[in-house]
Design a protein around this ligand. Structure first.
Ligand code: FAD
Length: 389
């Protein structure tokens, strides 16, 4: 077997790389893979129109492709039908024009009910904001190579990284900034890994497969990007286990009793996982953050920055990238909300309340991160050996 490059405790976390890989392989990944196919977790409510508040000149957001606008009303889950407002062709924006970038909006009739709609202060997008929201079947729209690249994509990543954390009066950078940076970098690694693991190798033959060189160039060659991926995975995993009681009691009602019971049981397998509790009971220690007197203001500032990052997703000029960008940023926002809205002595907290969409985003994000960790664990040593020869 290959010798390990990453050993010891994941920075700022509470478990080591070996344990994370073993847990992911044995317990987390198989459960998550099944969970995200359930009717409750495979639909995501999202506003896919490109409505960029930052760069109105962005050409990527001007390209049109009306094929995505065909969304027969009959495909919408019955309870979510709204009066249909016909849109003029001119209002239909935001396509890069590549078929692989287009979101498939096909839905079936599975419906989920019983969730309240509440505001999430961590994100710009809210389920409560119903205008122009559509439902997307995530299973039909895997995150993978879309051909979205160039200055438009780079500008967004740059802007995301430029969101800065306030400085303490001492001039010191706060720990929270590091956390936010690492979360974004870990997510970025995960997106790059999905591009590399499902790449359009030959356009004319429509041949898809792994691009291991890309995996190396974008991620493996930069060990801190791999480390940030593990950090983000543990951070989100901690949020899921911290919200265990809430998630277990939530309703996963889609009108299909058999499926819904399965969903419930899979959620329980994940949140009360004996292997996880034995090997890594606290994947991340959020109690170390938000200490000191400026806790509440700092939290508000960071919340604002995170909302800006969330708003930047409206500038992503490829529909499928926007879908997964929005989902995963909402998932991160939900993890932040869980970890920093509850049980802090300096902050008056409300009891935890999650939107249906937040829970869907959280679990789908965890699944994506789990896939990325698995891919890096399985392919990393081989690819590094070949590329560094
Ligand atoms: P980029 O990935 O664009 O990176 C830009 C710069 O950021 C790099 O030069 C480097 O300095 C820095 N950087 C890169 N990775 C990290 C990291 N992990 N941590 C810290 N810094 C880093 N494309 C698709 O094909 N499919 C998708 O689903 C998809 N989703 C996207 C979602 C969002 C929100 C965004 C903004 C882009 C998405 N893209 C997607 C585009 C993709 O992420 C890249 O931007 C594109 O492939 C061009 O890559 P690049 O090599 O120029 O580097």
């Amino acid at each position: 077997s290959e010798s390990r490059k990453y050993t010891g405790i994941v920075e700022d976390c509470c478990c080591d790389y070996e344990t994370v890989d073993a847990l992911n392989e044995e317990a987390l990944h198989p459960t998550l893979q099944e969970l995200v196919t359930t009717p409750f977790f495979r639909y995501f409510k999202v506003k896919l129109w490109c409505n960029c508040p930052f760069w109105p000149d962005d050409g990527m957001c001007r390209l049109r492709d009306c094929s995505v606008c065909e969304c027969p009303e009959s495909e919408f889950p019955e309870p979510f039908k709204k009066p249909f407002h016909g849109l003029a062709a001119d209002d239909l924006m935001c396509q890069e024009g590549k078929p692989e970038a287009t979101v498939d909006r096909t839905l079936d009739n599975k419906v989920f009910r019983g969730w309240i709609e509440v505001d999430n202060p961590w994100t710009n997008d809210d389920e409560t904001d119903n205008a122009e929201m559509t439902y997307v079947n995530l299973q039909l729209n895997p995150e993978r190579y879309t051909g979205y690249t160039g200055p438009s994509a780079r500008r967004i990543w740059e802007a995301i990284y430029a969101e800065n954390c306030p400085k303490y009066p001492s001039g010191e950078m706060c720990q929270e900034k590091k956390v936010l940076y690492k979360l974004i970098s870990g997510l970025h690694s995960s997106i790059s890994i999905h591009i590399a693991s499902d790449y359009l190798l030959d356009e004319t033959k429509n041949l898809w497969g792994e691009n291991l060189e890309l995996l190396y160039v974008r991620v493996l060659r930069h060990p801190e990007r791999v480390k940030n991926l593990y950090f983000t995975f543990l951070f989100v995993l901690r949020a899921v286990t911290k919200a265990a009681d809430y998630l277990e009691q939530a309703e996963y009602n889609t009108g299909n009793l058999e499926e819904d019971l399965k969903t419930q049981s899979l959620v329980r397998q994940l949140t009360y996982n004996p292997k996880l509790q034995a090997a890594c009971p606290v994947p991340f220690d959020e109690a170390k953050l938000w200490q000191g007197e400026s806790g509440p203001e700092l939290k508000q500032q960071i919340q604002k920055q995170f909302r800006n990052i969330s708003a930047l997703m409206d500038c992503v000029g490829c529909e499928k990238c926007r879908l997964w960008g929005k989902l995963q940023v909402l998932g991160l926002g939900t993890a932040l909300k869980i970890l920093f809205s509850v049980d802090h002595p300096n902050i008056i907290n409300q009891p935890l309340q999650l939107q249906r969409n937040e829970v869907i985003a959280l679990m789908n994000l965890l699944n994506r991160l789990s896939e990325s960790v698995k891919f890096v664990h399985e392919k990393g040593p081989y690819v590094e050996r070949i590329m560094e020869r």
